[in-house]
Design a binder for this molecule. Structure first.
Ligand code: SF4
Ligand code: SF4
Length: 269
């Protein structure tokens, strides 16, 4: 499985900046992230396209950062911003396609050659059809990056749908049917909308932050909660739920189940 198109800027409203640190804060809500990007975009818009000026602006922006990164391994680049006037596309403000020719990416947190060649694991782990489904269902600068980078979440949702359908859940078919696609969007959008995920600030999707600031995978403590594993639990974890008791876990499972069933119903209509 390898995605044959570029996942970072696939078009149609989808764009991603996750590996540039877009979500790497405890508060990575849409509002907080949009404010950060707007601030960086405004600041860099006034800087001449010269390396010394961009180095200086990058230093300033790093010093003014609203919070420390959640995971130290993922650097947060101050050169990320909105690359369109409508502020609907996140991307690298230092990229030659944005500056009109000058490559200023060496002024960010990685070397330009790293930025140019890096591909995240989703390029290798998602199929073309799965990635297209995410692109079309999440045509949105904030949601797309949250979903396209969480392979377990995408696969987990589609696996649950296959169980519900007792047959294949083909992305091509989901994309052809507007009602089904809208239901898929609501299912993927749980990444943003799922309620009552608590304020456990050390959780990001499937991961906990350890004492050194490194991500460590989480599991459900079934013994402590006194429940058995269920097929929804992978998705429940990807949504960032850290249930403290069986009731919370059951509620999260039901939320996932109801969204999967809604997709199945829309497909059958
Ligand atoms: S996280 Fe993946 S899809 Fe997103 S910008 Fe980075 S390489 Fe591209
Ligand atoms: S300079 Fe590199 S790390 Fe920074 S925003 Fe651009 S692509 Fe991302």
């Amino acid at each position: 499985m390898t995605v044959s198109f570029h996942l970072c800027q696939p078009g149609g409203g989808a764009s991603c900046g996750a590996c540039c640190g877009l979500y790497n804060f405890r508060d990575h809500s849409r509002l907080a992230v949009a404010e950060q990007l707007s601030m960086q975009t405004e600041r860099l818009r006034r800087v001449p396209w010269e390396a010394s000026a961009w180095h200086e602006a990058a230093r300033e922006l790093l010093a003014a950062r609203r919070a420390e990164p959640m995971f130290s391994a993922v650097r947060v680049c101050p050169l990320l911003g909105f690359v369109d006037n409508e502020r609907k596309q996140v991307g690298c403000l230092a990229h030659p396609l944005v500056t009109g020719g000058t490559d200023l990416r060496d002024c960010g947190v990685y070397r330009s050659s790293v930025c140019e060649t890096f591909t995240c694991p989703s390029f290798g782990w998602l199929t073309d059809a799965q990635a297209r489904l995410v692109q079309v269902a999440c045509a949105d600068w904030y949601l797309y990056g949250l979903v396209i980078t969480d392979v377990e979440f995408v696969r987990g949702c589609l696996r649950l749908l296959e169980w519900e359908l007792a047959g294949p859940a083909r992305p091509e078919v989901l994309m052809e049917q507007p009602e089904a696609l809208a239901a898929v969007r609501r299912m993927f959008a749980l990444k943003e909308t799922a309620p009552r995920r608590g304020t456990n600030a050390t959780v990001f999707g499937r991961f906990n932050r350890d004492a050194d600031g490194e991500p460590v995978p989480r599991t459900v403590d079934y013994v402590k909660l006194g429940v058995r594993a269920s097929p929804e639990d992978d998705v429940v974890l990807c949504l960032g739920y850290a249930p403290k008791d069986a009731t919370e876990l059951m509620g999260a499972r039901e939320l996932v189940r109801s969204h999967v069933k809604a997709v199945a119903r829309a497909l059958a209509a």
